[in-house]
Design a protein around this ligand. Structure first.
Ligand code: UDX
Length: 452
């Protein structure tokens, strides 16, 4: 490993979710990595070996990287420019405040700061998710800004990691995409990813535009798959079918596949929702908005899941929210994460609170973040405490610990044995046998019993 990694010094710009994961994994693979962020407090926290967010297995790598001296954090772009010959840009590209477009301001300031400091030949590699065409613009901007001129080359290497399995996805990626403008850039990226490549990860060298598009296309496809099964859920609900059975049967067709076909409350998080919107906005700019018109529907189906869950809850509490207590299990946008960005669970909880119910929530890791942004909700110390005196219980994020809840014991805590399973994660028969009114979107209200 050391032969492959010797002499290649790496910097990671942006110590957010993506940057810290990428930097810690590169240090684990044997590279010397300097990670830069303009947030002094964040740099201090990370330098002390503490993660500012939750991600399984990552803190261990962070601490190991710091202990070996291969990983360090700084606020100085100058230091990064001096130290490294490959610079990975990992800054955020969130949704613009007032439109569907991606907000590229962090990216612009990163290039504006880094560019003038690049005096020797180097490769600047974008990993952030960007609208197609961004990389080409940045490439010429960089060549103008850098004293090294065109020897400061740009490449685009989109990141496909999922929160909750970010370390595994980074160390053992299922594909590596390298949008490059030269063989030299391709060679450097092959050296950076030598370990996963030797383990068999496929490597795709493309032009810049194709590389940018692979990320937008992949996330759009995944979002479409989720909204497809949730659209089927809407049909099942009025036609009397069971969407979970339908999903299982569809998933058994290898051409369709079972992944990302789990019906429920729909997608959220910091990527899928904003990425499909930015993709639509970019397609419209390019004059081909019609090509992605279906994504508007994908987004609407997804939004309806949250509304439907609120309606189902209202039905379960007898049509009125004021005076009712609603217990909520899970507020992270998905399990194994404390990310609450565009979390379907948190939005449902907040809307029900706004409609007058008393909402008491529990989440194994996301509560500290949610407390800061949603102080109006009550936070409980356990699932049992969230259920206390509840008129209805909602399961909104499928944390594994919720699957093991004992419906008999929990039944003694609640005011009414009513549960809405927003993630189709519980076994309905078990809850119904314990006397619960178990409900889920797109599934029959009663367990169907067949004559034997
Ligand atoms: C996503 C992409 O998967 C990843 O490749 C990209 O790099 C970043 O965006 P992430 O946002 O971490 O990753 O979460 P993901 O596992 O994709 O789930 C997104 C949302 O879809 C979650 O809210 C999840 O609960 C929901 N989901 C997922 C479903 O509702 N049904 C499914 O079948 C799968």
């Amino acid at each position: 490993m050391s032969d492959l990694t010797r002499n290649l010094q790496v910097s990671v710009l942006g110590a957010g979710y993506l940057g810290v994961t990428h930097a810690s994994c590169l240090a684990e693979l044997g590279f010397d990595v300097i990670t830069v962020d303009t947030d002094i407090a964040r740099v201090k926290t990370l330098s002390a070996g503490e993660l500012p967010f939750s991600e399984p297995g990552l803190e261990l790598l962070l601490r190991r990287g710091l202990a070996t001296g291969r990983l360090r954090f700084s606020t100085s772009y100058r230091e990064a420019a001096r130290a490294a010959d490959v610079h990975f840009i990992c800054v955020g590209t969130p949704q613009h405040r007032s439109s569907y477009h991606a907000d590229l301001s962090q990216l612009s300031s990163c290039i504006a700061t880094l560019g003038p400091l690049l005096e020797s030949p180097c490769l600047v590699v974008g990993k952030s998710t960007v609208p197609v065409g961004t990389a080409a613009g940045l490439a010429s901007q960089l060549a103008q800004l850098a004293p090294a001129g065109e020897a400061a080359e740009l490449a685009w290497n989109p990141e496909f990691l999922r929160e909750g399995s970010a370390v595994e996805d980074t160390l053992r990626p299922d594909r590596i995409v390298a949008g490059v403008q030269s063989r030299h850039a391709e060679e450097i990226l092959r050296r950076v990813y030598a370990v996963p490549l030797s383990a068999g990860a496929p490597f795709f060298a493309t032009d810049l535009a194709t590389a940018e598009l692979t990320k937008a296309a992949a996330n759009s496809f995944l979002a479409t798959k989720i909204s497809f099964i949730n659209a089927m859920s809407e049909i099942c609900e009025v036609a009397g079918g069971d969407v979970t059975v339908l999903a299982e049967i569809l998933g058994a067709d290898p051409r369709i596949g079972a992944a990302f076909l789990r019906p429920g409350l729909g997608f959220g998080g910091g990527c899928l929702p904003k990425d499909i919107r930015a993709f639509m906005a970019r397609a419209t700019e390019l004059g081909v908005g019609d090509a992605l018109a279906f994504l508007r529907e994908v987004d609407s189906i997804n939004a309806r899941r949250r509304t439907r869950m609120v309606e189902l809850t209202r039905d379960l509490v007898g049509g009125v929210f004021p005076g009712r207590t609603v217990g909520v299990l899970g507020i992270a946008f998905k399990p194994d994460s404390d990310d609450i960005r565009d979390s379907p669970a948190l939005e449902v909880a907040a809307v029900i609170h706004d409609l007058g119910a008393h909402v008491r929530v529990y989440d194994p890791v996301a509560m500290p973040k949610a407390r800061r942004s949603h102080a109006q909700l009550e936070y409980a110390e356990s699932a049992e405490a969230a259920a206390r005196e509840a008129d209805v219980l909602l399961l909104l994020t499928e944390w594994p610990e919720f699957r093991n809840l004992d419906p008999g014991l929990l039944g003694k805590t609640v005011a009414e044995r009513k549960i809405a399973d927003g993630r189709n994660t519980l076994v309905p028969e078990v809850w119904r046998e314990a006397g619960w009114d178990y409900r889920a979107l797109g599934r029959p209200m009663l367990t169907v019993a067949f004559a034997t």
